[in-house]
Design a protein. Structure first.
Lengths: 113, 113
């Protein structure tokens, strides 16, 4: 299995631009999670899906952030417009069900200048 | 909000030494997981503990879940340079089917020759 695949690995963009991060979870995993990691705040859960349906988006910082999961093999996290404080590493993770641990992708390092 | 405090925050030791990392919370968790993260990669699951008082061993690593399921520890015997990394504990809440993981603040371990 190729694991959880995220793209791009690195993204540098200017303030105000739209950014789209992509994730392909492991096949057969019913849960998908988006996390953000910074030095100051550690790993924070942004949103998670179960069977492609958003279950909890209480961690999404503000309306500039949105996430979709149009099918079981693809999810996006979009930031529009981006701001320098959005700079972080964004991780996608999936799990088969609640009795299993998470499998994380390698992350997308986002820098907003 | 369930918070997980890890200590120490940083640890630099020589090869062959033993160490213990602590993960503490005022909240009760249905289960607790430990992850190790290396630079440029996502966290990788090491172990899941579920029962209060449970002890699990993974080669030179020993994990313990507190009797009250509020805390956990990770003990490494005879540390090796390959153990270097960021160690994260993560607790699953009692509610919500345990789907939301709250990550600890992390312990950065460096093992030198």
């Amino acid at each position: 299995d190729a694991g959880v695949i995220q793209s791009p690995r690195h993204e540098v963009t200017e303030m105000g631009q739209e950014v789209t991060l992509r994730c392909k979870p492991i096949s057969g995993h019913d849960y998908l999670f988006w996390y953000r990691q910074t030095m100051m705040r550690g790993l924070e859960l942004l949103i998670y899906f179960n069977n492609n349906v958003p279950i909890d988006d209480s961690g999404m910082p503000e309306d500039r952030f949105s996430a979709k999961m149009p099918n079981a093999s693809f999810s996006t996290l979009k930031i529009q417009p981006s701001e320098p404080r959005d700079s972080a590493v964004y991780f996608c993770a999936s799990r088969r069900d609640r009795f299993y641990g998470y499998t994380f992708g390698s992350g997308t390092r986002l820098t907003v200048v | 909000t369930q918070l997980l405090e890890q200590s120490p925050q940083f640890l630099s030791i020589q090869e062959g030494e033993n160490l213990t990392v602590y993960c503490n919370s005022s909240s009760v968790f249905s289960s607790l997981q430990w992850y190790r993260q290396e630079p440029g990669e996502g966290p990788v699951l090491l172990v899941t503990v579920v029962t209060g008082g449970e002890v699990k061993k993974l080669k030179r690593l020993t994990f313990q879940f507190g009797d009250a399921r509020k805390d956990s520890s990770l003990h490494i015997t005879a540390a090796q340079p390959g153990d270097t990394g960021l160690y994260l504990c993560a607790g699953a809440g009692i509610t919500g089917g345990g789907n939301k993981l709250t990550f600890g603040t992390g312990t950065q371990l460096k093992v030198e020759l």
